[in-house]
Design a protein around this ligand. Sequence first.
Ligand code: G3P
Ligand code: MG
Length: 251
Amino acid sequence: MHNLILQAIRDGETLVYGHRGAKAYAPMNTLPAFQLAAEQGAHGIELDVHRSKDGYPVIVHDFEVDETTNGTGHVTEMTLAELKALDAGSWFGPEFTGVRVPTLDEVFEEVGGRLFINVEIKSESVETDGVEEVVAECIRRHNMAARVLVSSFNPHTLRRFRAIMPEAPIGYLVAPAYLEELGVLDDLAYEAYHPYHEMINAEMVVAHAALGRHINAWTVNDPQRGVALRDMGVRGIITDAPDTMLAALRA
Ligand code: G3P
Ligand code: MG
């Protein structure tokens, strides 16, 4: 697998990813938030993707648009045109009025050349609406397989994505509370393990390293915690504030 994220890990780097962009300073999951993460020196960004009703990979955190736009409704039941009509910035601050919901294509075009992209696929069902296919096609279209890491809380999603696109690394997201009906990912080799940061300890890092995996922690906003995780061997820190995390890791 030729992937520059895995190469950086092998070279001993600890990567800092802007969570939903530089979420502390700009509206989450928008181009300004991603560009700001790049300007702050982040190695990468994490973002959340769904399939729009008409088959486009669109970047929104929640399953509904209500919290982060001036609209209402389920992301997967809206067309790209309907999503593009929304204001995804003014809820955060008036200076972001008119900022739009981006597609994954737009993110790759804007920052794909200078940032690693952790694409989190949002899905809470056993069945699929085809989101994995849409994400894989987009990665191929932009020749980004070497610069992405695709993660999900949903084992079914990760199995499907791996079958469609075996050349891209996958990360298994885990949280203290999870959807039991989705089961666990215990039948597939994966490259990265993504626990909520408070779940991580040194023994976990060693155990996963023995299985050939690195650990990426989310969401770490205390710089001292980031340093402690790095010293444990965690190789990716997903943070809302890349600037302060980078400063602490470099100190
Ligand atoms: O991918 C890390 C983190 O983003 C997972 O949780 O809810 O922020 O997407 P959430
Ligand atoms: Mg996420």
